[in-house]
Design a protein around this ligand. Structure first.
Ligand code: SAM
Length: 234
């Protein structure tokens, strides 16, 4: 059965976007995942297809209407877990990605303008999820990022099912950032004349030592760049 993503958006033509290429594109063709993008505007009630209005209490910008969004939501046969992409939401991380990919269906509400009327979020139990501490002009790129992170975890999408666990934030790596990678040529000279060699251990053929080196590197990089990830691992 396909992992189903329902999108509520004012720009359905933005999808599948980047998700139509490469791994996720092939998975879409194979129906490992599928999506339905509803244009919220099609669910407006007036002849002008109005989806937004000025905010009560004043202030800049426009707010997307609760009644129109609800009308679009109710048109979905299987909404599943409902998420509003929003800068004030829970930060997306690998453990939330794993949770979402385990759901049979999710619905992603993509905001525009100042955002959406709070009442539709409350009435339909939308969770809020943010992709980072910055403000985008719309929820569509955020939805694509969330979907990309989920799709690559679906069975049959990546060649090796264990790959994801061996990456940054993976369970096999203890949630650390990943060690550095190297490939051929073993000796490489950059255009400025500086020569770079591959760390010797990686060409030694000693797998136990390679594993230890990679673990040490992962710990060092995590300590330097993201000490917050080590907090629970004293
Ligand atoms: N007024 C909102 C605020 O200050 O929090 C920002 C609205 S933003 C211009 C329009 C839409 O982009 C939001 O409704 C949301 O769907 C999406 N968006 C913006 N930043 C986001 C982020 N960091 N994560 C997820 N969605 C985001």
């Amino acid at each position: 059965m396909s992992w189903q993503v329902n999108l509520l958006t004012l720009f359905p033509e933005m999808f599948p976007g980047t998700l139509g290429q490469s791994l996720s594109g092939r998975a879409l063709e194979k129906a490992i995942w599928s999506y339905t993008a509803l244009n919220i505007r099609d669910y407006a009630f007036d002849k002008h297809k109005t989806v937004d209005d000025t905010p009560f209490g004043g202030g800049a910008g426009m707010v997307m209407r609760a009644d129109v969004i609800e009308n679009a939501l109710l048109a979905l046969p299987n909404p599943g877990r409902k998420i509003y992409l929003s800068p004030r939401g829970q930060l997306l991380n690998q453990s939330l990605v794993k949770e979402l990919v385990a759901e049979p269906a999710i619905t992603l509400l993509c905001g525009r303008y100042e955002g959406v009327d709070q009442r539709v979020l409350d009435a339909h139990g939308f969770e809020e999820v943010s992709i980072g501490d910055y403000v985008l002009s719309g929820g569509e790129p955020a939805a694509m990022i969330l979907m990309d992170a989920c799709i690559r975890l679906l069975p049959g999408v990546m060649g090796n099912e264990n790959t994801a666990d061996n990456e940054s934030f993976g369970t096999a790596t203890g949630g650390l950032l990943e060690y550095p990678h190297y490939t051929r040529p073993a000796e490489w000279t950059a255009k400025d004349g500086k020569a770079y060699a591959v760390p010797e251990i990686l060409t030694s053929g000693n797998h136990a030592k390679v594993d230890q080196w990679r673990l040490d590197q992962a710990k060092e990089i995590t300590k330097e760049r993201r000490p917050d990830l080590l907090k629970d691992k004293t």
